[in-house]
Write a protein that binds this ligand. Structure first.
Ligand SMILES: [Ca+2]
Length: 583
């Protein structure tokens, strides 16, 4: 049992005496609308916990086991067991996941080495699923040898937004350690993940050797600390001696004053706490700050006014309170917890607390914001012309994250996992297909109505004519003169001197990737003799996107002095016949 919780028996008795039914040894009193669930019990002497990036929760036990809670169940086999010195407050005290855990599978722990000389150590292990690779331990930090005092070991370890590993170390019950740069006790340390020391550490040029790892000093027993997600903000929870518990603003090079001062100070040599609370038994006082975490989850579950606030707990008084970093004032949250030692926020926005008195992990939720998916906008039927895209959309409510899977005729469509699904080129064969979406979250799923796709044949192209006649709207492409057209012109600068005719059409859109070869053109004379016309250009009429400009060349064998009838064919569909006069 951790000695810094020696007020345990007194605290529980006082809780029962002073607040009656408001206390529970096995569950918290929570604000209206919040509920809690015990996630795992039977955790003997838990000291710290952290979430793996994949959502598993790892719990340190003081005796040396690192346990895994996966999909809500405590796994029987520990991830690892290290032989530790667990006397007093020593033992397995901290855990962190490498920022690149999903690639390198590195996990770091802080524990007390059981062989002489006794000291605390940070080691790296490599995960293989739910257990550590045997013999994968790599010691990256061996701290100063400990005296016979077994208390004030610190033990929290976390990676910062800079990718460096921060390590909180207690002063081994010797305040003088906290004020010297000649050892690493009573400090926050900053190191690279391989144990080397970053050259931009604040005392890199003033401390020597291994002590260049010091990042801040003047701490007594920083048992927990926390970085605010997506921020450089760092709050250090420094356990006080007789008077004050501190939340300190973690800033490189700071001296937090211990043992010269405790609590608020105006001494310019020291950084005064952001927040303090006094000692005693009650809803705003306690004996040891243990656990702190910012409410900045990837999915906000609690009411929005919780976002950016800082939960912190007191071991002896058994409460969790909420600090507003904007004002450095605190409000009540939970009470009646049996010795909280650590707090964490899961990615779905739940608050987890680790109770050494209950040997258990609890999850606090806000159920009103916890809901399975419901479809709020159904996919609508779509009618498109063949060759055109068709898009189905769905909207859903429910606790994030929501995942989407589109189905065609009740069969999953590979890769169609967004809130909309687009067929880039609808074909006639797609007509009648039914599309729906299954929306899923951790609480259930919802299947949308089906939207039906109707694909209509594309219309044939239409060559433009003057109103109520079959005379083409057509121009010599150089002179812009209308028919009758000469077969030969000297004005168009082409070597063959054949006349080029500019025609206009609607419903003659090329598909992506097509060029003028997609359109064929022909002329027929009165005797229905067919003359293929080379198509030399197809393009859009500037500013008139529904009109297509088509330039054809009059061929050598076309008879002169007659009317011919021109048509074009695109995508196997042939246009109307339009009349041209040839000189
Ligand atoms: Ca202080």
């Amino acid at each position: 049992m951790l000695r810094f919780i020696s007020h345990f028996t007194f605290a529980i008795a006082a809780c029962l005496l002073l607040t009656g039914t408001g206390c529970s040894l096995n569950g918290a009193t929570l604000p209206s609308g919040f509920t809690e669930t015990q996630i795992a019990g039977g955790l003997s002497g838990p000291t710290a916990m952290d979430f793996a990036p994949d959502g598993r929760l790892f719990v340190c036990l003081q005796g040396g086991q690192l346990r895994v809670i996966k999909n809500g169940a405590l796994l029987a086999t520990p991830f690892l067991t290290v032989t530790v010195d667990s006397s007093g407050e020593r033992g397995l005290l901290g855990i962190a996941f490498d920022p690149n855990f999903q690639t390198n599978q590195f996990i770091y722990i802080y524990y007390t080495v059981p062989t002489t000389p006794r000291h605390n150590r940070v080691s790296r292990f490599t995960a293989n699923g739910d257990v550590a690779v045997p013999n994968s331990e790599l010691a990256i930090l061996d701290l100063d040898n400990l005296s016979s005092a077994t208390n004030h070991n610190g033990g929290a370890i976390h990676f910062g937004p800079d990718g460096k590993l921060y390590v909180a170390v207690g002063e081994n019950a010797n305040g003088a350690n906290s004020q010297t740069l000649s050892n690493r006790l009573g400090k926050i340390l900053r190191l690279n993940s391989d144990g080397s020391i970053p050259s931009d550490n604040p005392f890199f040029n003033t401390a020597s050797g291994a002590n260049r790892v010091i990042w801040a000093l003047g701490l007594r027993n920083p048992y927990t600390f926390a970085f605010q997600p997506n921020s450089t903000r760092l709050f250090i929870n420094d356990v006080g001696q007789a008077t004050w518990e501190e939340i300190d603003d973690g800033i490189a090079g700071s001296n937090y004053g211990w043992p010269d001062t405790e609590g608020v100070t105006t001494d310019p040599r020291y950084r005064s706490p952001l927040f303090v609370y006094g000692h005693g038994t009650g809803s705003t006082i306690g004996c040891a700050i243990a656990g702190g975490t910012f409410y900045n989850p990837s999915t906000v579950q609690f009411p929005s006014n919780y976002v950016g606030k800082y939960f912190f707990a007191d071991l002896c008084s058994g409460w969790i309170r909420l600090l507003d970093p904007a004002t450095n004032t605190a409000a009540s949250f939970a009470g009646g917890i049996s010795q909280p030692v650590d707090l964490k926020i899961s990615s779905d926005g739940s608050l987890y607390y680790l109770s050494i008195g209950s040997s258990a992990v609890f999850k606090v939720q806000f159920p009103a914001n916890q809901a399975p998916p419901t479809i709020t906008m159904q996919p609508s039927d779509q009618t498109v012309i063949e060759g055109q895209p068709a898009t189905f959309n769905v909207s859903a409510n429910g606790t994030a994250p929501l995942s989407y899977q589109w189905q065609r005729n009740s069969v999953d469509i590979a890769g169609a996992i967004g809130s909309s699904y687009t067929i880039s080129t609808a074909t006639l064969a797609d007509s009648g297909a039914r599309f729906r979406c299954v929306v899923t979250n951790g609480l259930g799923n919802a299947t949308s109505n089906e939207g039906i796709l109707t694909v209509t044949p594309s219309p044939p192209p239409t060559l433009m004519t003057e109103p109520n006649t079959d005379r083409a709207i057509a121009f010599d492409s150089v002179t812009m003169v209308r028919d009758p057209f000469p077969l030969i012109t000297l004005l168009n600068f082409s070597s063959d001197q054949r006349t080029r005719i500019m025609l206009f059409a609607t419903d003659a859109d090329l598909m992506p990737g097509e060029n003028s070869s997609a359109i064929t053109a022909k002329a027929e004379d009165a005797a229905q003799v067919v003359y293929p016309l080379p198509v030399e250009f197809v393009g859009k009429v500037s500013g008139l996107n529904s009109f297509t400009e088509i330039v054809v060349k009059l061929p050598d064998n076309l008879p002169g002095n007659a009317d011919v009838f021109i048509s074009i064919t695109l995508h196997s569909k042939t246009s109307n016949r339009v009349r041209l006069k040839i000189q």
